[in-house]
Ligand binder design. Sequence first.
Ligand code: CO8
Length: 263
Amino acid sequence: MEEEFQTTRARFDETTGIGHLTLNRPEALNALSEQLRTDIVDGLRWLESHNEDADGIALRAVVVEGAEGNFCAGADITEFGDDSPGASSERYHYDFVMDFPVPIVAKIRGYCLGGGLETAMACDFRFADADARLGLPEVDLGLIPGAGGVQFISRLANPSVAKEIAMTGEHIGAERARELGIVNRVPDDLDATTAEFAETIASKPPLAIQALKDAANTAVQTGLREGCRYDRRLFEPLIETEDFQEGARAFTEDDYEPEFVGR
Ligand code: CO8
């Protein structure tokens, strides 16, 4: 099933439970116009709407990429200064991606800069092509990364790395980004490895996956003791689920292939 928005394309694969979202403004290297930011949210909402008819959870993982060889060259510079409600909706798409209950993998080719890198870092995983170029070039516009770029890199790597990348504005290669912890993997076959990874996540009990995303996002915002208590609160209701019965059965019975449904 596919749906076209003005500047994104969404596709839902019912067999695997994997949603695909493509940023589709290749003429501007998929720069984040106000329209594109809105269409990212609308595309994800459309993918999530497949849960409505499902008995359980249909959408299990999402892969986000950019059309025609680039992930995204950042916020659309030509719209800066427009008297539009841009700032609030920009913040909205990053928050929406971060809070989206289903794990999102950013599949990165070509340029992934500024707000594009911030979008990728709001996702749960980043898989990149060896030739991808990542960076926060806002400093050369007299700006700073306005959507959490420094905060994300300070947590994924460390504050000194964040300062280096943001203050120089230099592009770094995918392998360097992986060494720093900004990118998860730089596989030889980006499409195959990303698909395989998304399928692995999609085959797991979806309520547990949702709780894990919540727990990991909470971990970077809270103290250890409070975070452990939070995990405990996420853990307890999972014992009541059908998926736990299914997983426990697969553990005790040889050759039993579990099927998780999200109940
Ligand atoms: N905005 C608008 N248009 C862009 C952007 C952009 N960010 N990037 C590229 N384009 C357009 C170009 O203008 C060009 O259009 P045209 O063909 O009509 O002239 C087309 O895309 C192709 O680009 P280039 O010809 O420049 O391609 P090159 O291969 O020569 O260069 C680069 C590629 C190096 C990526 C270059 O385009 C570039 O430097 N782009 C700008 C990168 C940048 O500075 N990004 C940061 C933007 S600021 C930001 O992201 C802040 C986010 C803050 C969020 C705040 C939330 C509250």
